[in-house]
Design a protein around this ligand. Structure first.
Ligand code: UD1
Length: 364
């Protein structure tokens, strides 16, 4: 069985690593790894491959940045040629980035089976590009591997055939479980003992200068009382006022490698973020997370975990942060099957697809 994995952007890398490892030990499996090149800066890509132990991609489509249409279309044109040449049995796509949706659509049209890892998540907010990517990918996928049971319910509601849906747990947590001990050791000496860790990169928070400015003002007042560490995504960096004078206790950092960021998350008093993956990692780690969004496609992090949606109103963010700093953080538990074994379960399910392929071929 030939499985071709497609990844493109930073949050894909921690999801593909456990699946590649699990399949490596299975008999009769050939794997091809395609990097679309959606993320290309070493700090957004190469360092993650290195730390997560992902082999060098067999193919790099080098699509780079662009508008949504340009980026998606370039992935589509280039992946079509790869699929025609390599003829995989299954294409595995991850998460909800433009590369995920582009590869899924092209594979489906070529009649290649599509497995979607992290299927079924919904924010119900179609202004988010990722929500469009999730909806389309799940419609064309043959195997929908879900991280939590709310995702199964979403897919069933959308009329997806239940026989295609498998609850396998959260594969990104596999990477966390494996690398956490090393991550804890990699926190740089000189890191403050108490700090709030911040990430912001969603277009809805950073693309509009007024919204970004309101959020930045909260960070600046937060930094009067506590240290704030803010690794800045390139999208956000490009929009921050470069002449602004930053408070001494607010450290603007370059994007951090996986291990360093995980180590910092684990020791943070609180994390302020608009990322999807970080809402999940903080829930696993039991660290309070304040999510600067009106909605989340990962509601289990709110219902079971340590996540609180604070919206984009600075007063709510300030109040919730005060609560945490005064020693009243939200507590939570780990959701079912967030146990470090999802990669193996995904490998099992991908191989059932092989039997299915063989059965279908012999039927014809
Ligand atoms: C993408 C994903 C988002 C994910 C995020 C994680 C989509 C629609 N969005 O958003 O779901 O949460 O990745 O980071 O797929 N840039 C660089 N270097 C890079 C990559 C990007 O400088 O290696 C800059 C470019 O100016 C680019 C901008 O960042 O235009 C945005 O990159 P892009 O891949 O379009 O979207 P992200 O905001 O990273």
């Amino acid at each position: 069985m030939h499985i071709l994995h497609v990844v493109g952007a930073r949050p894909n890398f921690m999801k593909v690593a456990p699946v590649l490892r699990a399949l490596k030990n299975r008999q009769g499996v050939t794997q091809t790894l395609v990097h679309t090149g959606q993320h290309y800066d070493p700090a957004m890509s190469a360092v993650f491959f290195e730390q997560l132990g992902i082999p060098n991609p067999d193919i790099n489509l080098a699509v780079g940045s662009g508008t949504h249409a340009q980026q998606t279309a370039t992935v589509m044109v280039r992946i079509e040629q790869v699929l025609q040449e390599r003829t995989p049995d299954v294409v595995a796509v991850y998460g909800d980035v433009n590369s995920t949706m582009a590869a899924a659509v092209v594979s489906a049209k070529l009649g290649v089976r599509v497995a979607h890892i992290e299927a079924g998540l919904r924010s119900f907010d179609r202004t988010m590009p990722e929500e469009i990517n999730r909806l389309i990918t799940d419609q064309v996928a043959d195997l929908l591997l879900t991280p939590s049971q709310d995702a199964d319910a979403n897919l069933l509601r959308e009329g997806i055939d239940p026989s295609k849906i498998r609850f396998v747990g959260n594969v990104m947590i596999d990477s966390l479980v494996r690398l956490l001990p090393e991550a804890i050791r990699s926190v740089p000496a000189g890191t403050p003992s108490r700090y709030v860790l911040v990430t912001l990169h969603r277009p809805s928070n950073v693309d509009d200068c007024n919204t970004l400015e309101r959020l930045v003002s909260v960070l600046c007042s937060m930094a009067k009382d506590t240290d704030v560490l803010f690794p800045v995504h390139p999208r956000t960096r490009a929009r921050l006022n470069s002449t602004r004078k930053w408070p001494e206790r607010l450290s603007l950092l370059d994007p951090l490698p996986y291990m360093e960021f995980l180590g910092l998350q684990q020791r943070a008093i609180a994390v302020v973020t608009d990322s999807g993956g970080i809402q999940e990692e903080t829930t696993y780690l039991g660290v309070p997370c304040l999510t600067v969004r009106e909605n989340t496609e990962r509601p289990i992090t709110v219902t079971m975990g340590t996540n609180t949606l604070v919206g984009t109103d600075p007063t709510v963010l300030t109040q919730e942060l005060e609560n945490v700093l005064q020693g009243n953080p939200k507590r939570g538990v780990r959701p079912p099957l967030w146990d470090g074994c999802s990669g193996e379960r995904i490998a099992d399910q991908l191989l059932t697809l092989d039997t299915h392929c063989v059965e279908q071929r012999s039927d014809n």
